[in-house]
Write a protein that binds this ligand. Sequence first.
Ligand SMILES: [Zn+2]
Length: 51
Amino acid sequence: MDDTASATSHSGPLAECVLCREPTEYPESYKGVTLCPVCEWHEAQRTACSG
Ligand SMILES: [Zn+2]
C-alpha cells in the first residue's frame, strides 16, 4: 500500500489562472477555464448576482 498523505496529492505542473496568471489548483491538462481560488471566488460572486 502506498497511500500518500491526504487527498490533495498534486503531481505535475498546474495550470495558470486565465485571469491573473496565478497558479491554480487544476492540472495543466485540465480541459476548460482554469481559475485560481481568488478569481474563482470572484466569478462565483458574479454569477451568484443575477438580476
Ligand atoms: Zn486568478
